[in-house]
Design a protein around this ligand. Structure first.
Ligand SMILES: [Zn+2]
Length: 141
C-alpha cells in the first residue's frame, strides 16, 4: 500500500491509496484517477507527498500557510458531512459491505466505516471503488 498526495489541473490536492507505485501509474495511464474534489482526470502526484505517521514517534509534514488551505479544508469538511449524514455507517464491516455492493449482492447505497490496511489492500486488489473519508482536525477558532 502506498499513499500519494495528488493534485489535479485546477490545483485541488488530496490523498489517495494505491496498491503500489505501478498501480498508480497504470490507473493514471488509463485515465481513471480523477480529482476527489472536481472529478478532473488530469491528475499528477504532488512533488512533496505529505507523510502520515504510522507510529507515535514518526514525523509528519504539515503546513498552514497556503491561502487556499482553509477553502479546501471547508470542501473536505462539507464532503465529510455529506457522507456522514447521507450514507449508512457500517463500522468495521466496511470492507464486507463495500464488497457486497461492488459485486451487486446488495442494492447500491452510500456507506462509510472503518477498514484495516489489509482490508483496504484487499478491496483495491478486487477493484472495489472507495475513497478515504477525510479526517479533519478540530477547528481552533
Ligand atoms: Zn480538482
Amino acid at each position: 500500500m502506498i499513499q500519494y498526495s495528488l493534485h489535479c489541473s485546477k490545483g485541488h490536492r488530496y490523498d489517495a491509496w494505491f496498491k503500489n507505485a505501478a498501480a498508480f501509474d497504470e490507473q493514471q495511464a488509463r485515465g481513471i484517477v480523477t480529482c476527489a474534489v472536481c472529478g478532473d482526470g488530469a491528475i499528477e502526484k504532488a512533488p512533496m507527498a505529505p507523510a502520515v505517521a504510522r507510529t507515535d514517534s514518526e514525523k509528519v509534514s504539515l503546513s498552514s500557510s497556503h491561502p487556499d488551505a482553509l477553502k479546501f479544508r471547508e470542501l473536505l469538511r462539507a464532503y465529510r458531512q455529506k457522507v456522514t449524514s447521507e450514507a449508512d455507517y457500517v463500522g468495521d464491516r466496511f470492507a464486507d459491505e463495500a464488497r457486497k455492493i461492488h459485486f451487486e449482492e446488495v442494492e447500491a447505497r452510500g456507506i462509510y466505516g472503518e477498514a484495516t490496511r489489509d482490508e483496504v489492500a484487499g478491496l483495491i486488489e478486487e477493484g472495489v471503488e472507495f475513497m478515504p473519508l477525510p479526517d479533519l482536525p478540530e477547528e481552533h477558532n
